[in-house]
Design a binder for this molecule. Structure first.
Ligand SMILES: O=C(CO)[C@@H](O)[C@H](O)COP(=O)(O)O
Ligand SMILES: [Co+2]
Length: 220
């Protein structure tokens, strides 16, 4: 599987989002963290700003919804132009129904797990989703340290997908950098979110390319 790099705009300059999107035009996706002050102790943006982002983004938009009641709110992100919509399994009341609705609206459906949520929470959903997001930090903030104890969850998910013969994408999010991406690729991840690593670099395009090469060298 070809590694895909998705820089997170949480680490971008929010006063200049359009030019910040231009810096990552060589990425595969842009990762947009939506937080609601309830599911996580932070607040970012909602549909009106999200919709504008999808209009100007040079790359497809990957929505990471850290919100309560995704059953109610997530479909609007697909309608607003998200290529991929990730909701948290801890927050969803009916994840199967929601995933089906997202796919019906033309988005890739994706389910996320917080670090404390056991991997079994999504194994029964693998046929209903296109991607699984294994959080490698506690959701809510950028710039945190990578949690290496999440690696077995990635391995277990990849193994389950292989056994079921499913072409599932596995995304990792939190603390992904030159120092950590190799281990996640080796464990079976193929979509890599990187906020501070990419936006903190002087040359974001060069950093994207370095991360992609490192991941590719550890993909098997
Ligand atoms: O979802 C989140 C945080 O909750 C992430 O997408 C972060 O934005 C990643 O930032 P870095 O750890 O790469 O700085
Ligand atoms: Co995220």
């Amino acid at each position: 599987m070809k590694p895909l790099i998705a820089p997170s705009i949480l680490a971008a300059d929010f006063m200049n989002l359009e030019s910040e999107l231009g810096r990552i035009a060589s990425a595969d996706y842009v990762h947009v963290d939506v937080m609601d002050y309830h599911f996580v102790p932070n607040l970012t943006l909602g549909i009106p700003v999200f919709e504008q982002l999808t209009k100007v983004s040079p790359v497809p938009v990957d929505a990471h919804l850290m919100i309560e009641d995704p059953d109610r709110w997530a479909p609007a992100y697909a309608e607003a132009g998200a290529a991929s919509v990730t909701f948290h399994v801890e927050a969803a009341k009916d994840p199967v129904r929601l995933a089906r609705e997202l796919r019906r609206l033309g988005a890739r459906a994706s389910v996320a797990l917080k670090p404390g949520t056991p991997v079994e929470a999504h194994l029964g959903l693998l046929r209903e989703v296109d991607m699984v997001l294994i959080m490698t930090v506690e959701p809510g903030f950028g710039g945190q340290s990578f949690m290496a104890d999440m690696l077995p969850k990635i391995r277990r998910t990849r193994q389950a997908a292989r056994e079921a013969d499913l072409d599932i994408w596995i995304q990792v999010d939190g603390g992904i950098s030159r120092a950590t991406i190799d281990r996640t690729a080796d464990a079976g991840a193929n979509v890599f979110v990187a906020g501070s690593a990419v936006y903190g670099a002087d040359d974001a395009a060069a950093e994207i390319s370095t991360l992609r090469d490192l991941a590719a060298a550890h993909t098997h």
